[in-house]
Design a protein. Structure first.
Length: 410
């Protein structure tokens, strides 16, 4: 699946060599320059500068070029922050002269300021390059794909001390949206320690670390012994929690297996089978809501957004909101679209409910699971007896930041 994805969305801009392309001496033709290691051609058009890369023209807006100048006065390379005041750039700015020297595009602006850009940096950061790249490589999985991948769980003792083990864990988490750590002591404190190795805890109305029993202490089905269908959590937040952590500390009884379903696998199947339904679910906004009213807790939360969320420049999925329990009144869709929305939602639900897409896991004391709540759904079967679960949410930004600092693509 990853191979297929990469073939479809293969970044064309990994290489840095710019090739000469047909350049005619016209009034808009500014330069044709060769250097020892790099041949490049550029063309100045009325609204953009055009560079060619392997037959693909890369277009750069002039204000963008001035805004992205990497000279010391425009950009602080120590803090990686912009110095140039974008609000002061003349919106009709054009370079006075252009050149390519030593693999760099050199532009001189009307006020004499000189901007230099590595050609490889331009290629990487062009819109055309981003459009053909993926932000985060993933393996979309059903049960068969997941089992054949034979993914190793991290081990508690090395996980806490060895960066290599953490990196391996994060790589697997990023690819599959789910990862396990085994051998964790069955206590809330040890669970907290293992989660803090990965990221910061996200405090919510449920607290930081929660300890979870079927005592109906909160106004939510999760606090019962009932089965729970697949869903994403906190869809009623404007920014749903990024990572869900579960650790079953104790269960004396039957049932209670955890269900995991890759929402992106199902959504990609929908995209293949019915692109128009995929598009509908990725453009129509709906609400999710959490209303709790008890002596101890008063909450009314509302999150609004499409079921499927894609990056607009490359159509890559990055977030799914799917929670039939918490979906609120649909009052954001015109009457003539509602029927089509239900058809699209049904088709996604059909994909999500295929038994071959379900991974059932019995969480036992010692096994901590990390779930990408923006992608992988969880549910559970009904259970009997006393079951104590603890866990927390983690901030998504910090997990991705840790991964990037390890050199992983996220
Ligand atoms: Fe949940």
């Amino acid at each position: 699946m990853l191979g297929a994805l990469n073939r479809n969305l293969r970044p064309v801009l990994r290489q840095t060599r710019l090739r000469l392309f047909g350049l005619r001496k016209t009034p808009t033709c500014a330069a044709q320059i060769r250097c020892a290691t790099t041949s490049a051609a550029l063309r100045l058009q009325d609204d953009c500068l055009v560079l060619n890369y392997e037959g693909t023209p890369l277009r750069f807006n002039y204000v963008w070029l001035r805004d992205h100048c990497r000279s010391a006065s425009s950009f602080n390379s120590a803090t990686n922050q912009r110095n140039v005041d974008t609000g002061s750039i003349d919106l009709s700015i054009r370079p006075q002269s252009t050149a390519v020297e030593d693999g760099q595009l050199v532009l001189t602006w009307p006020d004499g300021h000189v901007s230099k850009y590595d050609l490889s940096w331009l290629a990487r950061n062009s819109y055309e390059g981003q459009k053909r790249s993926i932000v985060q490589p993933r393996v979309f999985w059903n049960l068969d794909i997941y089992e054949k991948a034979n993914i190793e769980s991290a081990k508690w003792d090395t996980f806490l001390t060895c960066d290599h083990e953490l990196k391996k864990f994060l790589r697997s988490y990023l690819l599959y949206g789910v990862a396990f750590v085994d051998g964790v002591p069955a206590t809330v404190e040890a669970t907290k320690e293992v989660t803090q190795r990965v990221s910061l805890m996200r405090e919510t109305t449920y607290g930081g670390m929660w300890s979870f029993t079927s005592d109906l202490s909160r106004g939510d089905t999760a606090y019962t012994q009932l089965a729970l269908d697949r869903h994403t959590d906190t869809s009623y937040f404007q920014e749903p929690c990024g990572i869900q952590v579960f650790h079953c500390l104790k269960h004396e009884g039957t049932g209670g297996r955890t269900l995991l379903v890759d929402g992106f696998y199902a959504a990609e199947k929908l995209r293949q089978r019915s692109p128009e339904n995929f598009e509908l679910l990725s453009t129509v906004h709906i609400g999710h809501e959490y209303i709790e009213s008890s002596d101890r807790h008063q909450n009314h939360m509302r999150g609004v957004g499409p079921v499927l969320n894609v990056y607009p420049w490359n159509n890559e999925l990055y977030l799914i909101r799917y929670n039939n329990y918490d979906r609120s009144v649909i009052n954001t869709i015109p009457h003539d679209v509602v029927q089509r929305w239900y058809v699209a939602h049904r088709q996604l639900t059909t994909e999500l409910r295929r038994p071959e897409n379900e991974l059932w896991v019995k969480l036992t004391p010692g096994k901590v699971v990390f779930i990408d709540n923006w992608r992988v759904m969880h549910g559970r079967e009904a259970f009997t007896g006393t079951r104590q679960l603890c866990g927390c949410y983690l901030t998504r930004d910090d997990v991705l930041s840790t991964a990037r600092c390890f050199g992983l693509q996220a």
